[in-house]
Design a protein around this ligand. Structure first.
Ligand SMILES: *Cc1c(COP(=O)(O)O)cnc(C)c1O
Length: 230
């Protein structure tokens, strides 16, 4: 089932990307595997998934150790943290995650910078933006983001790769569009503000119920749980 799900999602991503003239290879599918077993993750990887997302450190460490440390063939997987990160878990997070998608405060960014410096790493991050008050209590307000980036740019051991948002649960996918659009407009405004960045910002948005809409609005990264694993 997981294999069929992944193939169907890839076909759908390809179809929507072609409609809007985007290269589907530029749209990363992150399999959010919280609560799923090692076996299920392996199946997703065998079906062509190369990005794994987790939202709890303890659970992620166990999976990472099993898949990455003991199984070199799974060594090319990128690990994404997508949950709320507490500062006392940052040391562990910096050790295992390639991308921390959910940086929701300046204090957290500073701690990530500090722990990354300790191990000589430049930690890639996304800034979580609260595009709706209902979806989550975490994240920067859209109007705070430019100032936040300016501040985070002073931290030498973090690299801001883009923005992430969680849209509220809605009864029709179309109703999620304004939240995705808001994130894309925010990116355009950041670009216009000429803030120095090492690369164009990417947008992580779109989950199982609404990812086609997110792609239409410019998503570079989708975070899919149920669409892959159920
Ligand atoms: C669980 C989770 C997802 C995936 O959710 P689905 O609706 O199952 O696709 C995506 N992003 C975050 C932050 C999550 O916690």
């Amino acid at each position: 089932m997981i294999r069929e799900n992944v193939l169907a999602i890839k076909r759908q991503v390809g179809f929507i990307a072609s409609k809007i003239n985007r290269d589907p290879e530029q749209i990363t599918i992150v399999a959010v595997s919280k609560g799923r077993s090692i076996e299920e993750i392996k199946e997703a990887i065998k079906a062509g998934i190369s990005d794994i997302g987790e939202n709890r450190i303890q659970e992620a460490v166990v999976k990472y150790n099993t898949l990455k440390m003991r199984r070199p063939e799974f060594g090319n997987i990128s690990w994404h943290f997508v949950g709320h990160l507490q500062t006392n878990k940052v040391k562990e997070a910096v050790r295992i995650f390639d991308l921390i998608q959910s940086v929701d405060s300046q204090r957290l960014a500073a701690e990530i910078n500090k722990q990354a410096a300790h191990i000589g790493k430049i930690q890639d991050i996304l800034i979580e933006v609260k595009t709706s008050p209902e979806a989550t209590k975490f994240g920067f307000m859209p109007e705070e983001v430019i100032a936040a980036i300016k501040e985070m740019n002073k931290l030498k051991n973090i690299n801001i790769k883009g923005l992430m948002t969680i849209a509220p649960r809605v009864d029709e996918p179309e109703k999620a569009r304004p939240y995705f659009r808001l994130l894309r407009e925010l990116k355009d405004n950041i670009t216009k503000a000429l803030i120095p960045l090492t690369q164009p910002l990417i947008l992580s948005m779109g989950m199982s119920d609404d990812f086609p809409i997110a792609i239409e609005e410019g998503a570079d990264m989708l975070r899919l749980g149920r669409a892959i694993f159920s």
